[in-house]
Design a protein around this ligand. Structure first.
Ligand code: BTN
Length: 291
């Protein structure tokens, strides 16, 4: 019984019987995920990989893309040893409890500049998938956090490479908290929440959610490729949890205070200063006071 602690799984000994896991484990399974992939996605996915352990599904797909992997390659993991978040943060990725997945997508001609706004499309896709499993309490925080009850439920990391106005590719990575123990949560440096708290501990199957999330992500990627961010704007705005709130935008070299006034038609953040002047931002991290 050396495996359970090595995987970080919590368990207790049962006299005369062996060991009992502190929480049930639903491992990822290709057939079960495929059962929830819609036809549109199934036609566009080139392969699905499930890793028991990997450094980071995003790093892995970036490397695959550079070696010429086909568009539509999907990578999921039970555990990431070096999961990455935005702004150089670590993404806490304990074994078997959450969703860690990435999608590689090739864009024929929109160029890297045309990919701005892709993370907004991905956020909308994940909200759609959550709604399909009955989770209505989740919303979005610009540019690509999934939040609920003022806490982080998940995050999206978009990485891209290629030509500025020619062929390029993007890896869209999603980390979604399904079930985190208090002990695992100690490693997270911001307030967090999991789906178990929103929908009940066993309400959401990992495989079903993975299939639905991937279906929605693939649909969003092909719609984004065809139409750009404009077809996602209304829906993104509907789920914008910080609209009208006072906040501070953290940039690498300064902080800017203002009212969060939503996004413009290119998906840029609108921040309204005390003098009423509106400024647009393409990057940065928002911090708001918890109410
Ligand atoms: C964020 O900081 O909010 C983005 C988090 C993105 C985490 C996911 S987990 C799957 C994929 N692989 C990674 O290393 N990161 C992304």
């Amino acid at each position: 019984m050396t495996g359970l602690p090595a995987l970080g799984l919590e368990y207790s000994a049962v006299t005369g019987k062996g060991y009992r896991l502190a929480r049930p484990l639903e491992l990822l399974s290709k057939p079960e995920i495929s059962a929830f992939l819609d036809r549109h996605a199934a036609l566009r996915i080139s392969a699905v990989e499930i890793h028991d352990r990997i450094d980071s599904t995003n790093s892995h797909l970036m490397a695959c893309a550079r070696r010429g992997a086909a568009s539509g390659l999907i990578s999921l993991a039970e555990h990431q040893t070096a999961g990455r978040g935005r702004r150089g943060r670590r993404w806490v990725s304990p074994y078997g409890g959450n969703l860690y997945c990435s999608v590689l997508w090739r864009f024929r001609d929109c160029g890297l500049a045309g990919l701005s706004g892709l993370s907004l499309a991905a956020g909308v896709a994940v909200i759609r998938a959550l709604r399909r499993v009955g989770v209505t309490e989740a919303g979005l925080k610009w540019p690509n956090d999934l939040i609920s009850r003022e806490r982080k439920l998940g995050g999206i990391l978009v990485e891209a490479a290629g030509e500025s106005d020619g062929p390029c590719f993007a890896v869209v990575g999603l980390g979604l908290n399904l079930r985190l123990s208090e002990r695992e949560g100690l490693d997270i440096d911001q307030p967090w929440i999991d789906l178990a708290a929103l929908a009940g501990a066993d309400a959401v199957s990992r495989n079903k959610l993975a299939g639905l999330v991937l279906s929605e992500l693939v649909r969003a990627l092909s719609d984004f490729e065809a139409h750009g961010v404009k077809v996602f704007l209304d829906e993104w705005r509907k789920h914008d949890r910080l609209y009208g709130r006072e906040g501070v935008l953290l940039l690498s070299d300064r902080q800017i205070y203002g009212i969060l006034a939503g996004i413009d038609d290119n998906g840029l953040l609108i921040l309204q200063g005390a003098d009423g002047r509106r400024q647009l931002f393409a990057s940065g991290e928002i911090s708001v006071r918890t109410v």
